[in-house]
Design a protein around this ligand. Structure first.
Ligand SMILES: Cc1ncc(COP(=O)(O)O)c(C=O)c1O
Length: 401
């Protein structure tokens, strides 16, 4: 069945963070700069990681059916919910999980914060690998823990883990936990089995518990293969937690429905205690039906969505290479986020932001928010219509060339 990814959707009036808000030091601020009535001056928002695509028809049907009931009391997931997740992990990732390992959460970011609070003390170290999705840093800092960064290295072709540095950092006795981004946002790496085995061995040797954030695991570009942390031999040397969700995969992030997969019963109980203490119980009833429809019925939609995104990635790379050779696109193996190296422009972070927002009227994520290693880079979301992507590239060309 052909799905429509080409139509330029108007997201005004939907409370979309991406389209109707901007980040300020005081939090999210409502703005209308993306509205079409601004003409040439309207801002194109290509920052927040959600898709400018409608969801699969089966998901929309399931939500509409549930909405028609018009009673939205407290909800809990029934057995079908966990079975849908179990089936998905088995089919897609060859990972056999038990139903009781699944612990629903209102998001992987809240779950990461609960994890840090439960399994570390104030002042302890949290091992992360920058440049990385900024809430990894916040999970440490907001909870008065210490960021211990083992920065990713560039091997001339792609970002890699620096195992020597990782082992040195993990050997700090105050480092109790590590946050793994698999696949890695924003650099787009899909970690191989060998890489994950080495990472897991280092963490196990130094008694560091791993939280593997796998929210981008279903968005893998052709020619790459996702390896679930739970299928990695060395991961089992120590209890671990995996965060997974249909939020990125099926564009359901606003439904606030994610899941922690926690094989170890004691760790599961501890995590649940922290979750209860935060009062984060129950589930969004729309999230339940959406997840079941997504995992049980929507693989054909996902296959086409990935093909469209992959074509957008190739198109972006080809146009940048031909028209803006000073910029470099880091090949994304997974995610719908492209990481652009703008360092050859010789501008600092503030100047890049001004070039993009004030001159090009493009709202991208500035690289430095992912850590100082991201200075001089920007992240662009290509899960949008080709028309929008082309308009964004045209604008870049206009202000840079
Ligand atoms: C790596 C990563 N983890 C987690 C999230 C957000 O997860 P949630 O919405 O479930 O809190 C994102 C969203 O961009 C992400 O990129």
């Amino acid at each position: 069945m052909p799905y429509d990814f080409d139509t330029l959707l108007d997201r005004a009036g939907t409370n979309s963070i991406k389209w109707q808000f901007r980040k300020t030091p005081d939090g999210m601020q409502f703005w209308d700069q993306t509205n079409a009535h601004h003409g040439e001056q309207r801002v194109l928002p290509m920052w927040v990681a959600d898709m400018d695509f409608q969801v699969a028809p089966e998901i929309a049907d399931a939500i509409q059916k549930r909405a028609a009931h018009a009673v939205f009391g407290y909800a809990q997931p029934g057995p079908g919910y966990r079975e849908a997740i179990q089936g998905w992990q088995q089919r897609r990732n060859d990972w056999s999980i038990e139903l009781e390992w699944i612990n629903p959460v209102p998001g992987i970011v809240p779950a990461m914060n609960l994890f840090v609070k439960r399994f570390t003390e104030p002042g302890d170290g949290v091992l992360i690998q920058r440049p990385v999705y900024h809430p990894f840093t916040f999970a440490a800092e907001y909870n008065n823990r210490r960021v211990v960064n083992s920065a990713l290295a560039w091997d001339g072709e792609r970002y890699v883990m620096d195992y020597e540095d990782l082992a040195r950092k993990a050997s700090d006795p105050d480092v109790k936990v590590a946050l793994l981004c698999n696949p890695h946002n924003p650099v787009g790496r899909v970690w191989s089995r060998e890489e994950l085995n080495q990472y897991a061995a280092i963490c196990a040797e130094h008694d560091v518990m791993v939280f593997a954030d796998e929210v981008h695991s279903d968005l893998i570009m052709p020619g790459n293969r996702f390896v679930a942390y739970g299928t990695v031999e060395n991961a089992w040397q120590k209890p671990f937690l995996v965060g997974t969700a249909p939020s990125k995969t099926f564009n359901l992030a606003g439904l606030k429905t994610g899941n922690m997969i926690i094989p170890d019963a004691d760790v599961r109980a501890e995590f649940a205690t922290e979750q209860r203490a935060a009062g984060l119980l129950g589930i969004n009833p729309f999230g339940v039906v959406a997840l079941e429809a997504a995992y049980n019925q929507c693989e054909p939609w996902l296959t086409e969505a990935i093909a469209y995104i992959a074509a957008n990635m190739r198109h972006l790379e080809a146009r940048i290479l031909a028209e803006l050779p000073k910029l470099k696109i880091i090949q994304a193996e997974g995610t719908y986020l492209a990481w652009i190296d703008m360092r050859a422009l010789g501008l600092n972070g503030e100047q890049i932001e001004s070039l993009l927002l004030d001159k090009a009227r493009l709202f991208l994520d500035e690289g430095h928010i992912f850590g100082p290693e991201g200075e001089g880079y920007a992240r662009i979301n290509v899960a949008c219509s080709r028309t929008l992507l082309d308009e964004a590239i045209d604008r870049l060309v206009r202000v840079i060339r």
